[in-house]
Every structure is written in C-alpha cells, then in structure tokens.
Design a protein around this ligand. Structure first.
Ligand code: NAD
Length: 376
C-alpha cells in the first residue's frame, strides 16, 4: 500500500501532513511512503530526514497521486488534482465540507474515499487522530504569543524600585480547546485572565486553570452531543454583549475563539465594544476564518481602529509554529491509518459501520455517503 504526501496547494501553508517521525511509523507498519520533494522544508524537516526514515522522494506529483492508495495532506486538494487520484484511493485532509460542495461532488465522481479531518468524532477513542484539537491547541498558544508581541506592555506584574507594573489583563471569549490553551499560556506568562463560554460545563475548567469565569445569565444555552456550543438566540447574544462590554473595556487583550461547528461564527464584540476599549489594547480573533467574532475583523489582516485598538484577524496561527503543528498533524494522520490497519493482511479495515469512519468519510464508492452532505 502506497502512502503519498504532496506539497500544499496554498503557498502560504507552512505545515506538512507527514514528518519524518510519522513517515517512519508508517514505514514500520508496512506502508510504502512517498513524499514530494521539499515537503518539510518550511517545518524544518529537510528531505534527507524523510529518506532516513525510510520514505522515498517524488518529483512527479501527478504520477505519485495516480499511484497512491492513501494521499495525506493538510488542506483540501485543488479541484484540478482530484481527477489525478486513483479510483478507490483514500484522501485524508481538512476538507471544508460545509463550504465546498463542488469539491465533494468531484471526489465522489472520481470514486475517491475522502476523509474530512474536521469531521473526526470528538470521542475518547478518536482523540489520537483529532487534528482539529491538536491544531486548535497550538493556535490558542500562538494567539497569546502574538498578542504579547503586539502589545506595548509586559504581561506579568513587576515590583521594582521604579514602581509597580500591574499585570496585563486578558479576556478569553470561547473556552474550547484553543481557549483553554490561551488561558493556560497567558497565566504562565503572568497575566490576569478572565474567560467566558456559553457552555456552563466550562466554568470549572476555567477555574482550575486559575482564571476567573465571567458570569452572564443567558438562560438556557447548553451543548450538542459532540460537545459543541448551540447557537444563541439574537436576544441571548445581545445579553452576552452587554455583559461583556465592561470586561472588554478593562482588558489589555481580548482573544475570541467562539465558533459554531459548521456555521458562521457569532459576532460577539461589536464596534461600540471595541470603541470602549483602551488605546493600545489588542484583540486576536481566532474565529476570523469563519466570519469573525469581532465587528471589524478582516481575515488574514491586522487593523488598527481610530481609538488605537489593534484587531488581529490573522488566520492559520498554528502555521506560525509549523514544526510542532506538523508533528501533531503527522501523528494524527499515522494514528488514523494505524487504527484501521490490519498488519497481518496488510489491508485497511474499511467499514462505514465503524463509528469513526462513519463520522469522517464524506465520499466513498462513487457517492457522497456522509448523512450531513448526501443529497436528500
Ligand atoms: P469550537 O472551536 O467549535 O468553539 C470554541 C468555543 O467557543 C467552544 O467552547 C464554544 O462553546 C464556544 N462558543 C460558541 N459560541 C459562543 C458564544 N456566543 N460565546 C462564548 N463562547 C462561545 O470548539 P472546540 O474547541 O472544537 O471544542 C468543542 C467541544 O469539544 C468542547 O466541549 C471540547 O471540550 C470538546 N472536545 C472533546 C474531545 C474529546 O472528548 N475527544 C476532543 C476535543 C474537543
């Protein structure tokens, strides 16, 4: 069975779907691993490290795509490359299935088994292959580092003969995987941290990290069976904004991570709330790619408002630490293949009755098989 990992289509992408370590794991399992020359250069893994791990280098992407039984990459494939994939091959990547139905149709038509990393169930069994979590964790860390680098102040309290510097105040809105890591990182750097999430179960997690949970009574909120937030009503959102305006105004940094799985992110921080913030404060909007939590966020850009608030809508924050992001992603990929690998027979045990595969396989056998995306 041949595994191939090609370059990313988006030249800005710094991560690789396989590292030398994850390639070695697959080689040891009995896969023949090929990578496109230069795959790991941006994540600090030169070709020779892959060769030492037992992989071979390919300079002919089209040939390698046509030969591979498994194609692993970070982001969705370009439409033009779908027809180059072998019939029956499995393609594993983030796929953006909610927004790219044309690609899904093409993958089905090419008889490719397309796995969407974002659809891997959030279960204990699937944790080792949960790429959404591994990457969100790093994005949460990087959001704090980015904010710290854009602020003109320090984070910890300092008592010096020249006076006392008060600790920076951070407000984290949305406490999923990224938010928890943002809290932990800001605390480690000495900031005072407050946080809010609509899922009540989060309060204890926030406290256990030494941060303060901001209490806002929104009435019934709750979460889905996958642990995702339910959408708030317009009235609840308004209550939330009111409850948060004061906290935002007192904060040096606001990090927003509030997402709704498969849907546009809610606008939580309005222009008025930004206008109420201090000159020189920083907002990092981690939901920028799915519409943004902040009115005024431009995805991929940094903006400064009239009142001197820096709004950072930079995307792919995990891509700013590509060595570790690729390490985690490569581990997620190799764990996924290993989980279904029958080492004796050297076959992949594929069944749509399996809970994990049922959750993340979008196309198979010429059809869109995932219930959320299949034509009704
Ligand atoms: P996400 O990226 O979809 O959303 C980030 C956070 O934003 C969530 O905590 C959500 O509740 C919050 N949010 C949504 N709307 C909001 C609003 N209006 N105001 C404030 N906050 C708002 O979430 P995620 O990080 O992918 O995590 C989703 C859930 O999955 C969490 O419960 C997490 O603990 C769980 N999870 C479980 C596993 C596992 O068991 N294997 C693995 C990973 C994540």
């Amino acid at each position: 069975m041949i595994v191939f990992s090609p370059h990313e289509h988006d030249a800005r992408e710094t991560r690789a779907a396989l590292t030398p370590d994850s390639a070695k794991k697959l080689v040891d399992l009995g896969f023949e691993v090929r990578i496109e020359t230069g795959l790991g250069l941006r994540s600090d893994h030169p070709d020779n490290q892959y060769v030492e791990a037992g992989a071979t280098l390919s300079t002919d992407r089209s040939e390698a795509l046509g030969a591979a039984d498994f194609v692993l990459r970070v982001n969705k494939p370009p439409l033009a490359e779908v027809s180059q994939l072998k019939k029956g091959a499995m393609h594993v990547s983030f796929l953006d299935p909610f927004n790219d139905s044309e690609l899904i149709k093409a993958l089905a038509a090419a008889e490719v088994t397309a796995v969407s990393l974002e659809m891997i169930p959030r279960t204990t069994l699937a944790q080792k292959m949960d790429a959404l979590s591994s990457q969100a964790n790093l994005a949460g860390y990087e959001a704090v580092i980015l904010a710290a680098s854009r602020m003109n102040r320090i984070l910890p309290m300092m008592m010096t003969p020249a006076g006392t510097l008060s600790p920076a105040r951070f407000f984290i809105i949305g406490v999923g995987v990224a938010g928890l890591q943002a809290i932990a990182t800001a605390k480690r750097l000495g900031a005072r941290v407050e946080a809010f999430d609509t899922r009540p179960v989060v309060e204890e997690q926030v406290r256990s990290l030494g941060a303060k949970f901001v209490k806002i009574d929104l009435g019934e909120t709750g979460q889905t069976d996958q642990g995702y937030a339910k959408e708030l009503t317009p009235e609840q959102l308004e209550l939330q904004r009111k409850g948060m305006a004061k906290v935002c105004a007192q904060s040096d940094v606001v990090i927003t991570t509030a997402k709704l799985f498969g849907r546009k992110a809610p606008v939580i921080v309005t222009r008025e709330m930004v206008a109420g913030m201090r000159y020189g404060s920083v907002i990092v909007d981690l939901a920028a790619e799915s519409g943004g939590n902040v009115d005024g966020t431009v995805a991929g850009e940094e903006a400064v408002t009239e009142n001197g608030v820096r709004i950072l809508g930079l995307t792919n924050l995990e891509g700013r630490v590509p060595t570790h992001a690729s390490q985690m992603l490569g581990a997620n990929m190799s764990n996924f293949l290993e989980h279904f690998w029958n080492a004796k027979e050297k076959t992949f045990d594929f069944s749509l009755d399996d809970e994990i595969l049922k959750g993340c396989v979008i196309t198979h056998g010429g059809k869109i098989v995932h219930e959320r995306f299949a034509p009704k």
